[in-house]
Write a protein that binds this ligand. Structure first.
Ligand SMILES: *[C@@H]1O[C@H](CO)[C@@H](O)[C@H](O)[C@H]1NC(C)=O
Ligand SMILES: *[C@@H]1O[C@H](CO)[C@@H](O)[C@H](O)[C@H]1NC(C)=O
Ligand SMILES: *[C@@H]1O[C@H](CO)[C@@H](O)[C@H](O)[C@H]1NC(C)=O
Ligand SMILES: *[C@@H]1O[C@H](CO)[C@@H](O)[C@H](O)[C@H]1NC(C)=O
Ligand SMILES: *[C@@H]1O[C@H](CO)[C@@H](O)[C@H](O)[C@H]1NC(C)=O
Ligand SMILES: *[C@@H]1O[C@H](CO)[C@@H](O)[C@H](O)[C@H]1NC(C)=O
Length: 587
């Protein structure tokens, strides 16, 4: 175990004293013993074992008897969900298509993404020939023919809702999901494929997002998928709706908004909304950079309302700005707008990177719990709403030099497909025009003009898992380099024959880290096991040699055939002390 290599004052260490559920220290000692044993046991059986050609670990995991028996999505016979399984229903109108097609074309992949833009009328000569870069079009069915038409309060909105049925009637094959969105919605399709893949598409599903504003949700429903943000329905559900949709319009002709009608209809079929955190209605006005710089740890799926917000990058128009974001999205959507926070102790700075979008430097050590709250750079949808405006916590924009960030925006991306390395560069938006933060030692970041962030695109970021970063500040070039990596020892194992435990970074997860030292084969990797398991390492009964176990390098003990070492979590916590948090340093 290394203590933090900082000679910080004892009082600050004590202030941050905290107890972990179980000391990682204690666990690691036990595990290092285990690991040696694993090796002995493995070697001893490798010659005479009848199992030696199969990958058979010489230990057993005991899971508690009550461990989950929940039904798992049946994927055994089925191919994973891919982009061809999604049909997009882009609801447009001929009038707005003139400019809004730029939003759709920013994410549409001709001949790859499937679906249509649904228009209110046949395109006129001006729109023809229909470009191959746009989704093909369909014209909505004429709802004036519906018996209920005279009673419909808002025919435009009913036409929008009716697109779901119109799409179903087109009859495209092999779809698992239909996604409804507007003509000013931007979809992140790789992330949608991943997130929808987690759901069972053979069941009835309705997946969407609610508004950022409390008032919008209160006015409609906290259980309604806002249509501009996009909502997905599984194909069997679309099939079920297709027979009920016209009845439904007859039941609710007075509803003013199509999404509200959809939600009422779906509720009648017994289906409630599943909310995904990456689906964004963007019921906001002004500068949403604060929102996108502290996005939740969840894949970015959709963004809406580009006509009503400021361009998301300074010095660009709305369309350029979205195409610019897509440069990063094309390389690695899984990390897009995912926040990574790291600290530079030498100058008491906090860095917050929203990958592919922005990077912020604070001249102070600010806890992650605070940096995760968006800076309120934006305004709520309705000016006359009463607080609380938003569905999430925000931070006030401040002129306090210890709280106001230096803001940098995504400038360029370089991708090396060979080794998967991605370098994104962020440049300063403007000078901060504030004195340095004196409480943390007057370390000005004014001279930094550029932040370069190195990440790895070979593996997609696991949704919900926070990645680590290390900062390297280069005073000579006025730039800072940040390296983002997965917070686990896996990448450090690669060809290593031994892993110094001191180099393993620890995330605060309740679990047991099982680390092979000098593994017999490279397929032996570290494992993180749930904290409640019992690990049993046993010398096989037919082993010709005994095994040895040692605890913390001392007290060697021989194990003969049939003997086992059983290891489980101690019931008592081991306190650790840290200066920032246990993901960064601990004693
Ligand atoms: C999984 O799907 C296959 C084919 O669709 C089916 O034959 C099998 O019974 C299913 N298994 C379960 C556990 O539902
Ligand atoms: C998606 O999976 C289907 C099989 O379910 C396959 O036929 C199709 O080629 C795949 N499409 C892509 C783009 O991988
Ligand atoms: C899409 O496919 C069609 C027919 O297969 C082809 O003519 C067209 O060039 C393709 N478009 C693009 C953008 O690849
Ligand atoms: C960092 O800030 C603390 C006060 O928060 C201060 O005591 C310490 O000296 C500062 N460190 C440096 C290197 O300036
Ligand atoms: C920072 O600078 C201010 C003004 O120059 C000074 O009053 C303050 O003592 C300085 N703080 C530290 C920690 O050096
Ligand atoms: C770094 O920034 C400082 C202050 O803005 C400036 O004087 C210096 O020339 C810059 N150095 C480089 C290498 O750009």
């Amino acid at each position: 175990m290394t203590p933090s290599n900082d000679t910080n004052s004892r009082s600050s260490v004590l202030q941050n004293y905290r107890a972990l559920p179980l000391g990682i220290l204690g666990r690691s000692i036990a595990v290092s013993g285990l690991v040696l044993l694993l090796l002995y046991a493995f070697l001893s059986k490798s010659h005479d074992s009848p199992f030696s050609d199969s990958f058979n670990l010489p230990f057993h995991l005991q899971w508690p008897a009550d461990s989950s028996s929940t039904s798992v999505h049946n994927t055994t016979m089925e191919s994973p969900t891919n982009i061809s399984h999604i049909g997009f229903i882009v609801i447009g109108s001929l009038n707005s298509w003139r400019w809004r097609k730029a939003y759709i074309e920013s994410w549409w992949r001709p001949n790859v993404t499937r679906g249509y833009v649904f228009l209110d009328k046949e395109p006129t000569q001006e729109f023809l020939p229909w470009p191959a870069t746009s989704p093909p079009f369909q014209v909505n069915a004429d709802i004036t023919k519906l018996r209920v038409f005279p009673r419909i309060a808002n025919p435009l909105q009913v036409r929008m809702f009716h697109s779901l049925l119109d799409m179903y009637r087109v009859g495209d094959k092999d779809l698992r999901w239909l996604i409804m969105c507007d003509d000013d919605s931007v979809m992140f399709v790789d992330n949608l494929v991943e997130v929808l893949g987690k759901y069972d598409h053979t069941k009835y599903q309705y997946i969407g997002g609610i508004s950022e504003c409390v008032k919008s949700n209160a006015d409609f429903s906290f259980d309604m998928g806002f249509g501009g943000a996009g909502y997905a329905v599984s194909y069997p559900f679309a099939q079920a709706i297709s027979t009920k949709l016209d009845d439904c319009i007859e039941r609710y002709p007075y509803l003013w908004v199509s999404d509200h009608m959809a939600q009422s209809c779906f509720a009648d079929l017994g289906i409630a909304l599943s909310i995904e955190k990456g689906i964004h209605q963007i019921d906001l006005h002004g500068d949403i950079s604060g929102f996108l710089s502290s996005h939740p740890q969840s894949p970015l799926l959709t963004l809406h309302h580009f006509d009503t917000i400021d361009p998301i990058f300074p010095k660009m128009d709305k369309f350029e700005a979205i195409r610019h974001l897509m440069k990063a999205a094309k390389v690695d959507q899984s990390r897009l707008a995912q926040q990574t926070i790291c600290y530079q102790r030498k100058s008491n700075w906090s860095f917050s990177v929203s990958w592919g979008y922005s990077a912020n430097i604070y001249e102070n050590i600010i806890p992650r719990s605070i940096l995760r709250k968006p800076l309120e750079t934006f305004r709520p949808w309705e000016r006359n709403a009463r607080p609380p405006f938003f569905m999430f916590n925000t931070r006030w924009v401040s002129n306090n030099p210890c709280e106001a960030p230096h803001v940098f925006f995504f400038e360029s991306i370089e991708h090396n497909p060979e080794n998967g390395q991605v370098l994104t560069t962020y440049v300063r938006a403007a000078q901060r025009n504030l004195p340095p933060c004196s409480a943390s030692g007057n370390h000005s970041a004014d001279s930094i003009s550029k932040i370069r962030v190195l990440s790895q695109a070979k593996t997609r970021k696991t949704a919900g898992v926070i990645e680590c970063c290390d900062v390297d500040y280069k005073a000579e070039t006025n730039s800072s380099d940040i390296k983002i990596s997965v917070c686990s020892c896996k990448h450090r194992v690669k060809n290593a024959l031994s892993i110094p435990i001191s180099r393993i970074r620890v995330q605060q997860v309740p679990g047991i880290l099982f680390t092979p030292f000098c593994p017999h084969s490279l397929s032996f990797r570290s494992m993180i096991l749930p904290e409640h398991v019992t690990i049993r390492v046993q010398v096989p009964f037919n082993s010709r040699n005994p095994a040895w176990v040692s605890f913390d390098g001392k007290e060697r003990k021989q194990l003969t055939a049939g003997d086992a070492l059983v290891c489980s979590m101690a019931p008592w916590p081991v306190p650790t002390a840290c200066q920032i948090d246990s993901a960064n340093d601990f004693l």
